[in-house]
Design a protein around this ligand. Structure first.
Ligand code: GCV
Length: 713
């Protein structure tokens, strides 16, 4: 049986070395036993080619089917044979029109993939109202084959649940990527617009394949230069490549640009000259970049300029830009990641405090972009209290795909369970069932403008994301932006099948390993609700001892507050009272030590070292155990992965194995350094069986990493 299994799956191993560049669009031959059935269901392809989008859909299908089935179907003007594949819109295909399919609920981006009969013969139709919808459907059709699904009796109807599904690149114009762990920016500004790297097309294909329909090209900590004609021409060249794939270009706009590149004395959003400047600038942007999407703004946050510099509000700033964009159909994505320099209050409370008073005061083409948690993309945070608290304002989700706080590119951490956890969290804003997903997709409060942003993990590394497994986080983000109700595990399953193998002997263990991987990071870095304990500036490695410096809320001690009595940030009514920003049932649950979920224990409470946990252990013993559990999980992943040698191509297998070894060492380092440090407060022995840290605390504190990648500049 084992021998048979091997023979069955051998043909899926590629002849050429795999470097990960093809992502989940590898299109390697399917299992021999399935080829005939699939070929019979793609005998010919009837797809119009009058528009660029129609052509990219046709090309993708030909490329995909050629790779998967060893032969591409004949391209015909009209489906005539049994097993034809008909792709298009009622406008592009009279034959499709004649089928009289009900496309009325598909909107501009939805599609059907359906088994039909055309002139009495079995056929498959991919139908949409627009070319882009048909392109998405084409990718779905290919995915069915890539994931070894049957193609008979198809009845798929997909409509994206959010409107704006964007990557945010934190890429600077000198190609440095802030919090980037996959090399330089893929956007080669110096050689643009003259040289359009073929990577741009592959980037667009990859994004379109998962439904991403926009990209913000430049860092939110941006230079005003981006808005000068020279750079707009470069962005226009990228927009031209992306357009056929349904991908709009957006730009981060520096709020003080009217001063820096406009020669004005102020950037006050209520100043008529400033407003005129933005209007003219926006008109210019649209002249140069037809179909431009809009602006993303980080204002009055971490030193960035903003309306508050002039005594104006976030709404004043956002609405000024919104007014300039509105005639063109553009939008503003105004970030809520703010915490003030002057404000001594708990940092976790500040975005809520600053934004909630402006609920309902933003222009209709403004989305307020909110990180999933109130601090900053930590391995685990409770959902951001802004979700559910601004019913009159469309809020878009901002997830981080790049792993600034989850081990950079070397740690294997599949983030979809974290995204899923945030999206499924119940805000209780309009009673039970008011999930974050329902805030984000607009269904809770009836918003039509909706969106999700993912801070990209893409760079010039051959494998795009710095590690093979980090590709899964890009993939999962796109899929969840399209449908925030998808399950992390199902997404992982698709991704593994498309990226590594459809062999269940690979899929099952790899999916299982991925599904627990984020929790393992939580365990070995920040268990039980701890947060923000990483190295200063570069954010690499453990540094719970970080104290002093320019601001208290950039230190670790501010967040863990360990002392002789216990550990944790008291955000209950006796502390900062951040709990009060949640709906009453949650405020009560989080605010009470006896009901707070243990995963958020030290987020909301300062807890005595001897506090009894659900396990019966003391807090201190539990903490030590969780650290160790995280390390053990990584050891387990190494074992699983080693067992897959021979089932995965050697190149990717070797790199993942090496990275897992790094992760294991670093997980151990996190555990040991954290325990060594916190033990100086708890003054308790390690629980029985727990190994002492490999080094003393001074050793860990002395480690320096001046060249760790991705630091802010
Ligand atoms: C782009 C965190 C990161 C910064 C980032 C900021 C933000 O503070 O460390 O690098 O800046 O978030 O989201 O604006």
């Amino acid at each position: 049986m084992a021998v048979l299994g091997l023979a069955l799956f051998l043909p899926t191993l590629p002849a050429a070395a795999e470097d990960g560049h093809d992502l989940w669009l590898r299109y390697l031959p399917v299992q021999e036993s399935r080829v005939a059935a699939y070929r019979a269901q793609a005998t010919e392809l009837a797809a119009a080619t009058a528009t660029p989008t129609q052509r990219v859909a046709r090309d993708e299908l030909l490329r995909g089917l050629q790779g998967l089935l060893g032969t591409a179907p004949a391209v015909v003007p009209k489906a005539g044979r049994a097993g034809a594949l008909l792709v298009g819109t009622p406008a592009s295909s009279p034959q499709l029109r004649a089928l009289k399919l009900d496309l009325s609920t598909l909107g501009e981006e939805g599609y059907l993939v359906r088994s039909v009969r055309i002139d009495g013969r079995a056929a498959t139709v991919v139908a949409a109202n627009t070319d882009v919808g048909a392109l998405y459907g084409a990718f779905h059709f290919l995915r069915l084959i890539q994931t070894a699904q049957p193609l008979d009796a198809l009845d798929i109807r997909e409509v994206p649940r959010t409107k704006v599904r964007v990557l945010n690149h934190w890429d600077n114009l000198d190609r440095y990527v802030e919090r980037g762990y996959a090399g330089e920016s893929i956007f080669d500004w110096h050689r643009l617009p003259g040289w359009k790297d073929p990577r741009y097309t592959d980037y667009a294909r990859a994004n379109a394949s998962i439904g991403i329909n926009g990209t913000v090209l430049n860092n939110v900590n941006t230079s005003a230069q981006m808005l000068t004609p020279m750079y707009l021409e470069k962005a226009a060249a990228l927009a031209e490549v992306f357009r056929p794939f349904g991908i709009k270009v957006y730009l981060s706009a520096r709020f003080s640009a009217p001063i820096e590149i406009g020669g004005l004395k102020t950037a006050d959003p209520l100043d008529p000259a400033v407003r005129r400047w933005w209007k003219a600038k926006t008109d210019e942007v649209y002249r140069i970049i037809p179909g431009f999407g809009g602006f993303l703004v980080k204002a009055n946050s971490e030193g960035q300029p903003g309306p508050q510099d002039y005594g104006r509000s976030h709404a004043d700033g956002a609405n000024m830009l919104a007014e300039a964009l509105a005639p063109h159909g553009g939008i503003v994505m105004w970030r809520a990641f703010v915490y003030s320099h002057e404000e001594p209050d708990d940092r976790a409370k500040q975005a809520y405090t600053e934004f909630v008073p402006y609920d309902g005061r933003f222009a209709p083409n403004v989305l307020v972009q909110v990180k999933n948690g109130a601090i900053d993309f930590q391995p685990r945070e409770p959902f951001h209290p802004l979700f559910g608290a601004m019913p009159e304002t469309p809020l878009m989700m901002e997830f981080q795909i790049t792993k600034e706080y989850l081990g950079f590119a070397t740690h294997l951490a599949y983030l979809a369970p974290m995204y899923e956890e945030a999206l499924r969290a119940d805000t209780h804003a309009s009673g039970p069932g008011s999930t974050v997903a329902r805030v984000v997709d607009g269904s809770l409060d009836g918003h039509a403008l909706t969106g999700m942003a993912g801070v990209a993990n893409i760079g010039v590394d051959r494998n795009w994301s710095g590690s093979h497994f980090d590709q899964a986080n890009w993939f999962a983000f796109g899929r969840l932006a399209w449908d925030p109700y998808l399950e992390a595990e199902a997404i992982a399953r698709d991704w593994v099948k498309m990226t590594f193998s459809t062999d269940p002997a690979v899929v099952d263990p790899v999916v299982a390993m991925m599904m627990g991987s984020r929790e393992a990071v939580v365990d070995y870095m920040t268990p039980l609700g701890l947060h923000h304990l990483m190295g200063r500036g570069h954010h690499y490695g453990p540094a719970p001892w970080v104290a002093g410096g320019p601001r208290a809320d950039w230190t670790s001690v501010y967040y863990h507050r360990a002392d002789a009595k216990g550990i944790g940030f008291d955000r209950s009514a006796t502390g900062s009272n951040a709990v009060a920003q949640y709906a009453p049932p949650l405020a009560a649950q989080f605010g009470d030590l006896s009901t707070v979920p243990e995963e958020f224990l030290l987020w909301f409470h300062h807890v005595p070292w001897d506090h009894r946990m659900a396990s019966g252990r003391t807090l201190w013993d539990e903490l030590v155990l969780r650290y160790g559990r995280g390390v053990d999980y990584v050891t387990g992943m190494r074992r699983t992965w080693d067992g897959l040698a021979g089932k995965i191509d050697p190149e990717r297998h070797a790199q993942v194995a090496a990275f897992l070894a790094i992760q294991e060492q670093e997980a151990q380092w996190w555990r040991d350094a954290s325990i060594a440090y916190f033990q100086t407060f708890s003054k308790r022995p390690l629980p029985a069986g727990a190994a002492p840290p490999a080094h003393d605390l001074e050793y860990y504190q002395a480690l320096q990493f001046p060249f760790a990648p991705g630091d802010g500049k």
